[in-house]
Ligand binder design. Structure first.
Ligand code: PLP
Length: 354
């Protein structure tokens, strides 16, 4: 592949900008394991506020935040229920089983969030012959469903079901601010009623490292102990929290730009003949279909034109827009895409396979 000129692999690839680097250099720090880092404290307070919870905990990654939540909400020897393509199910190295003795059960939905009836059918109540569901996870936006954002009308019936069944519900809100911007509401409006939320500072918001896990204060006190047990106690973490604060304060305000650019890309994808439903592109993630088993080749061809992206299945490719991609980058990607669609060396790569 030639040198990467437009990196659409993920919104995790952003580099800290000058203001962020300055904030990191000037951060007042202390030993956070002793609770003495004022910048981390500040980030946790502002993060809790933004997420609509009493308290928050700074964690090195979204995965650690999700796994701490599963560990505390779930009970060893029971089940965690999530969408089939949820990050907790697919991309966390079987963490629920490895750390917390939880068996995973899934519910499938085309757009990443099944209706309450499907969740009800998959949920196991306490019984003497099979493991009960102790925790459920919803993901908003849903990464592998193409960045879909879910409003209260979709979420409320599922939360009501969980309440009635005495099942805890964690929100994987890695991109909750993308959802909030797309739906025109606050992040807190989307987290209300959940027992906890994890959101990432290091994705669309642009920080180099870190996520926040938010919940009730006493629950977060417990989460702090689990974080330490997992080796996530960080010392002078204020240098990272300073970047996180910049991301939290200034990141959400520019996400609409990423969404606009994703939309522009999506229109070009459709115009080039690839398989994509425009109305499904709601935030900064675009997943489109190629010919059967064509994804690897489309990715390779784009790579040769300086555009980096990733296959997400044998016949689907993902583009993610982010802060380090401007309009010129989008136009460059579109030119490459058109080129690949028209000059595909082996048949109609763009023919739908989904
Ligand atoms: C929906 C979702 N949840 C959780 C994570 C995990 O975040 P991290 O990579 O910081 O562990 C990701 C990362 O891509 C994600 O997309």
């Amino acid at each position: 592949m030639m040198e990467i000129q437009v990196d659409l692999r993920s919104d995790t690839v952003t580099r800290p900008d000058a203001a962020m680097r300055r904030a990191m250099a000037e951060a007042v720090v202390g030993d956070d394991v002793y609770g003495e880092d004022p910048t981390v404290r500040r980030l946790e307070e502002e993060g809790a506020d933004a997420a609509g919870f009493e308290a928050a905990l700074f964690v090195p990654s979204g995965t650690m935040g999700n796994q701490i939540a599963l560990h505390l909400h779930g009970e060893r020897g029971t089940e965690v229920l999530s969408d089939a393509r949820a990050h907790v199910n697919e991309y966390e190295m079987a963490g629920a089983a490895a750390w917390s003795g939880l068996q995973s059960r899934t519910v499938a939905a085309a757009d990443g969030l099944a209706g309450a009836a499907e969740w009800r059918a998959a949920l196991h109540p306490r019984s003497s012959f099979r493991a009960r569901t102790s925790v459920m996870v919803l993901e908003n936006t849903h990464n592998m469903a193409g960045g879909r954002a879910f409003g209260r009308e979709r979420v409320n019936p599922i939360l009501a079901l969980a309440r009635a069944a005495e099942v805890r519900v964690h929100l994987d809100g890695a991109r909750i601010f993308n959802a909030a911007v797309a739906l025109g509401v606050s992040a807190a409006a989307l987290t209300a009623g959940f027992d906890s939320v994890m959101f990432c500072l290091s994705k669309g918001l642009g920080a180099p490292v870190g996520s926040l896990l938010a919940g009730e204060r006493r629950w977060i006190d417990e989460a702090r102990l689990v974080r330490k047990r997992l080796g996530g106690g960080m010392r002078q973490a204020g240098v990272l929290a300073a970047a996180g604060l910049e991301a939290l304060r200034h990141g959400p305000g520019r996400l609409a730009e990423d969404h606009r650019r994703a939309r522009r890309l999506a229109e070009a994808i459709v115009a080039s003949g690839f398989d994509l439903q425009l109305s499904a592109v709601e935030t900064n993630i675009v997943i489109f279909g190629t010919a059967p088993d064509g994804a690897e080749e489309v990715v390779a061809q784009l790579g040769e034109r300086g555009v980096a992206c990733a296959p997400v299945s044998p016949s689907a490719v993902r583009f993610v827009t982010h802060r380090d991609i401007d309009d010129a980058g989008i136009e460059r990607a579109i030119t490459a895409l058109r080129d690949v669609a028209s000059a595909a060396p082996r048949g109609p790569l763009r023919e739908s396979a989904r």
